[in-house]
Design a protein around this ligand. Structure first.
Ligand code: SF4
Length: 191
């Protein structure tokens, strides 16, 4: 369809939270061919490697596109009988797990009361975490409730898993926490 400059400005300005692209869509312009063409160019001449989303036990199949050993795209594999090319929001963001300039690659520590973070050695951080976990557990461990019921737990430590931990890691992690007597265990995985 014919889109005048006036139509474009009117629709994008009145869209409120909308965008120029939203305005074009509102005018009935299909972006599908342009999007498909951009995707085609991005993976043109790329090597395709089948893989599996690492996040949960649904195990959605993916296709990883690489150019000169660098990942340029990750998408759902349409040949998969259960995800049929689709991925949930976490799976659709796997590319950002690999290629992300904002990803922290160093261990950061902020001392009590300090306003800035300091880069520290991983070994030091592991020892510090172990030391604090042992101290907290020793100080708060409850073997029996007042009524004599055996509980062997600490209410002072909370185990929180991140959305990018995979099923296997979470399995090991919760076993570790439960072995220490931690009962407050959660994982930000249900999006
Ligand atoms: S996290 Fe999402 S995309 Fe990944 S396997 Fe689970 S359902 Fe599939």
């Amino acid at each position: 369809m014919q889109v005048t400059r006036r139509d474009f400005l009117r629709l994008t300005a009145s869209a409120g939270t909308g965008t120029a692209i939203g305005g074009l869509v509102g005018l009935g312009v299909s972006l599908a061919p342009a999007a498909a063409r951009a995707q085609e160019l991005r993976i043109k001449d790329a090597k395709t490697t089948p893989s599996i989303c690492p996040f949960c036990s649904v195990g959605c199949a993916t296709l990883i596109h690489t150019v000169n050993g660098q990942i340029v795209n990750i998408e759902g594999d349409p040949r998969s009988p259960h995800n049929e090319g689709t991925l949930c929001p976490k799976g659709a963001a796997i590319y950002q797990l690999h290629m992300n300039p904002n990803r922290a690659t160093k261990v950061l520590h902020r001392k009590p009361g300090a306003s800035d973070w300091e880069v520290v050695e991983l070994e030091w951080a592991m020892d510090r975490v172990a030391e604090l976990i042992k101290k907290t557990r020793d100080e708060t461990f409850i073997e029996k409730l007042p009524n004599g019921k055996l509980v062997n737990m600490t209410p002072a430590i909370f185990g929180l898993g991140g959305a990018t931990l995979d099923s296997e890691f979470n399995h090991v992690c919760q076993k570790f926490w439960r072995g220490l007597g931690v009962v407050a265990i959660e994982n930000q995985a249900r999006i």
